[in-house]
Design a protein around this ligand. Structure first.
Ligand code: ZN
Length: 330
């Protein structure tokens, strides 16, 4: 990841031009471009590892100054502080709230509080015709976190799901070094890229796990670097699909890539505690509507309101008032 130091400046000339044009056109019909969003969680990649690894695809997505460090784990020392663990991190993003609300405190996901809606429920409640999709190497993301189809989680179903492969031990035998996770991530990536290109769902989540497997197995070092570069190539397939949609249709695509937690300082094998390295995450996006919040260390809970802003989702007031995050997109 190349770190950009130069802040994007708003182009005054183009703003003036738009003002002049809209003045000339009077009540001309505003073109309706359809907003679309896809968010990708790649598991357990510390910000320093990403920044020191050559990732040309993420660099190209972040071309409009769309890279920032961010944080997870809630407010340190406050009631929202929570372990820097995987399912907690995903649900911080999915609900825009911290664990003291969504009640996921470990990877067992025993009793999620569905009163804090996930982003797919928000999309469906806004407009049931919006197409939703999930591509994932961890089935619990759908069945437990989203609570897909569960009455207590709103009863909605994702329109398209591509997951469950890690439960198929015959097709994907589990090896101790967890290479099967890399194989499944590759499959999930291809599934996502193909479906996005052909169907262009309004809201998609892609979840890839292998970087965390390598982190646990090897810690910091060349194996982790290689896994991050492999991940960059996977993102490239999805980014290419998004760009093809953008060229072929009148669609305005927002892509966000992030991670769910960092790793420990000592070896890089563990995570879950409150060290700065474990709490520090990062966000890569193609958005050119980023506001100051994005550059002032946003939180993982800011991603949901940013995506809903892009998609122009109307969130019921009692749900919106519960959110812990704020949009970093204008
Ligand atoms: Zn994780």
């Amino acid at each position: 990841m190349m770190i950009q130091h130069i802040r994007r400046q708003r182009c005054l000339t183009s703003i003036l031009l738009i003002a002049v044009l809209s003045g000339c056109m009077g009540a001309a019909i505003v073109p309706t471009t359809t907003p679309k969003a896809i968010f990708i969680i790649v598991d357990g990649i510390p910000a320093d590892v990403l920044e020191n690894t050559y990732t040309p695809i993420l660099d190209s997505i972040a071309d409009k100054n769309g890279y920032t460090r961010a944080y997870t784990g809630g407010e340190i020392g406050g009631e929202s502080q929570s372990p820097t663990s995987s399912a907690i991190g995903y649900n911080n993003l999915l609900t825009g709230t911290w664990a003291n609300k969504h009640n996921v405190y470990d990877n067992q996901i025993g009793d999620p509080n569905y009163a804090y809606w996930d982003i797919f429920r928000m999309a469906k409640e806004h407009d049931p015709t919006l197409q939703t999709a999930l591509f994932s190497t961890w089935t619990d993301n759908r069945t437990k976190l989203i609570g897909d189809g569960l009455e207590e989680a709103g009863g909605n179903k994702l329109d398209y799901t591509f997951d469950g492969f890690e439960l198929d031990m015959e097709r994907f035998p589990h090896d101790p070094l967890r290479n099967y996770i890399r194989v499944i991530d590759d499959l999930v990536t291809d599934g996502a890229a193909g479906y996005v290109e052909s169907n262009g769902p309004a809201l998609s989540w892609v979840y890839l796990e292998y970087t965390d497997s390598v982190g646990h197995g090897y810690g910091d070092g060349s194996e982790m670097t290689a896994a991050v570069q492999h991940m960059d190539g996977q993102i490239g397939k999805i980014w290419s699909a998004v760009q093809k949609r953008h060229q072929a249709y009148d669609e305005d695509w927002l892509i966000m890539v992030t991670t769910d937690h960092g790793r420990d300082d000592k070896t890089g094998q563990g995570h879950g505690n409150q060290s700065a390295r474990e709490r520090t995450i990062w966000i890569v996006t193609n958005s050119d509507d980023l506001n100051e919040r994005y550059y002032q260390r946003p939180a993982i809970v800011d991603i949901l309101p940013s995506i809903t802003t892009h998609l122009k989702l109307k969130i019921p007031e009692h749900i919106r008032n519960q959110l812990d995050g704020h949009s970093f997109i204008d």
